[in-house]
Write a protein that binds this ligand. Sequence first.
Ligand code: KIV
Length: 261
Amino acid sequence: MNIHDFINYKKENKKISMVTCYDHWSAQILNESPVDSILVGDSLAMVVYGKENTLDITTSQIAEHVKAVRKGAPKKFIVADLPFLSYRKNLSTTMDNVGLLMKAGAHAIKLEGADGNLKTISHIIESGVPVMGHLGLTPQMLNQMGGYKVQGKDNASSEKIYNDALSLQKAGCFSVVLECVPSSLAKNISEQLSIPTIGIGAGHQTDGQVLVMQDLLGVYLKNPKFVKKYNQLNEQLLSSFTQFNFEVKSQTFPSEKESYT
Ligand code: KIV
């Protein structure tokens, strides 16, 4: 998959699948899967580092995870998130941050929102780096939004997201993530844009879907409404740890089979 395939998939009415990934072992498994693309998202601040939100993560930290993922999944198209404020200071700092992610092995970067970002996006693209946009619930705007809420529910905010999507396309984005917006709005945007939309909590009429890996694997007991669990990893992992503990204590592990003579 490359950025042209994103557009081709849309033209051919083929849906695009994307999963977040932050480490080498799960990247190796994704590499063997038919999933189209990987997002090394800033959600890693919460998922990997247990932070309360996505604000407290640096570009260098994300770059280290990109390196691990690229090594594990050399066949996949990898998008990396530019973290909070890393593209808002000045162009020179922005490009240093873009450089860190691309040199770490990303094929494209993603950044959140349109306001004040359009010139930056065009410059990044003109510098040879594909950009994925992100609208709707933009977690880096958490404090501005007053919490994690569905966006675009009233006419004014729905129109804003719609117009922002058009602006991102005009600025040169190859794709746009639509997070937590009403399905009807996501449908309208997807029909209007020639670049694909990737939805998360945006209904089924986007051109693709992205989920956080740990959400789809059922690592957490509680999930947002839009998550579908394709596994119950929480139960499976807990029972594996419990069984290991039991076998160590009861001296049934290691057996002859796991021992050297
Ligand atoms: O960081 C992330 O995981 C994301 C997805 C939720 C789209 O941006």
